[in-house]
Write a protein of this length. Structure first.
Length: 175
């Protein structure tokens, strides 16, 4: 299933218009990275799978982008980027694959600029059924929100048919 409507909803809700974006988790298609690059963003997509990176690089050669795309092999829990390097960090249907979600979220906040955005979409229970994952009554999404809340209380949540979208402003926590 290709969730183009979910990707559009996330970017529209975030109001993201331009910049350098890290996409955490290319998966088997590079779909979010390609979507962002087509919109004009300069995207680095990462995955811990050599195959995913190879496939996305190969597929990108047949795509036309307004922005740029680069696929890299990297671990989401130990990102090979400097602090405050990206205007936004995206993770689309990838956080549920992380061994340690808190470490992955910590790294996403570390590499995002101070005025940047963390954009996460992961499966709600309807999405988990559609993608043939076991429903968990929202337990993973609660864990994910808790990991985000350690960095900011400026979290907007939007429920779509298959996803829960988290749009987080990195800036300091409000009092």
């Amino acid at each position: 299933m290709d969730d183009l409507s979910g990707r559009k909803a996330l970017i529209k809700a975030a109001g993201l218009k331009k910049g350098r974006v890290l996409d955490v988790g290319l998966g088997n298609c590079g779909c979010m990275s390609f979507f962002l690059a087509k919109m004009g963003f300069n995207v680095i997509g990462i995955d811990h799978s050599t195959k995913a990176v190879h496939v996305s690089r190969k597929k990108s050669k047949n795509k036309k982008f307004k922005g740029t795309f680069e696929g890299r092999l990297a671990d989401a829990e130990k990102l090979p980027f400097a602090k405050n390097e990206f205007d936004a960090v995206s993770a689309y249907h990838s956080t549920h694959h992380m061994k340690n979600v808190q470490k992955g979220i910590d790294e996403m906040f570390r590499v995002c600029k101070e005025d940047g955005l963390i954009l996460i979409s992961d499966l709600n229970d309807d999405g988990r059924k559609e993608y043939e994952h076991k429903p968990d009554n929202g337990k993973f999404l609660e864990k994910l929100e808790g990991a985000l809340a350690k960095h900011t209380n400026r979290i907007r949540k939007i429920k779509t048919k298959h996803n829960m979208l988290f749009i987080c402003s990195k800036g300091r926590k409000s009092k």
